[in-house]
Design a protein around this ligand. Sequence first.
Ligand SMILES: [Zn+2]
Length: 266
Amino acid sequence: MAIDVGGTRTRVAAEDGTVVRFPTEPDYDRQLALLRDAVQGRPEAVGVSFGGRVTEDGDVRVSLHLRAYEGRPLGRDLAAALGCPVRVAHDATCGLLGEHALGTLRGEDRCGYLTLSTGVGAAVRLGRGEHFVALTTEAGHQLVEGNDRRCGCGQTGCLETLLGGAQLRRRLGRGLEDVDDPRFWQVYAQRVAAGIANFALTAGLEAVAVGGAIAARRAELWPPLRQALADRLTYQAVRVHQAATEDAPLVGARVLAGTPPTSILH
Ligand SMILES: [Zn+2]
């Protein structure tokens, strides 16, 4: 079975396909109790997509949107609570695994996944068939010239300050779901395009899937984004897809449970 703990929402998918959703609890111990209650029966194995960087053992290293989780052994705590093996990976890496297994990145040997959600996450998958490595990157914190906004990561000028739902909510005083001004989305699309172009060119990617709630729910983002990418990427074309499902990290968490640990760089 699979669990997706995002910065804002949590989803728990049972083997029969039913999904339980609830807001992510900022308090780590309360979240553990909610997860324990949401899991029915005793699963054989659990894959967890998490909104932050983790170690190979599933300890939370950094989570800009769930700071109280940092340093906590999420993988081991869940394994003890659920009585089964638990694998944890960054949600961008899980989104990538999900899109490659069942979505728009099937068959791609050099591909990436960018999530536009509470934060901006990115992961890369290189390799063919069973011989691949999937790794988390910090492309969401690439530095944008002329941007003097302070990011939650401590840097100044990160892409996430321009695109991340949490940082924009604080600045705009409302969530992006309530922003209908077409000019806002034009500018937003230009910034996404530059971020994707740098991400793809740096890693030599041939295809990128864009997921997360913002990418899934703001249809007006896509026409100007495709136009901006066509205008900018005149040297090496990159196939950019809308992720097949908003649940890509959840799909990928299930894939993660059966992926060799050596194929994942956290
Ligand atoms: Zn940053």
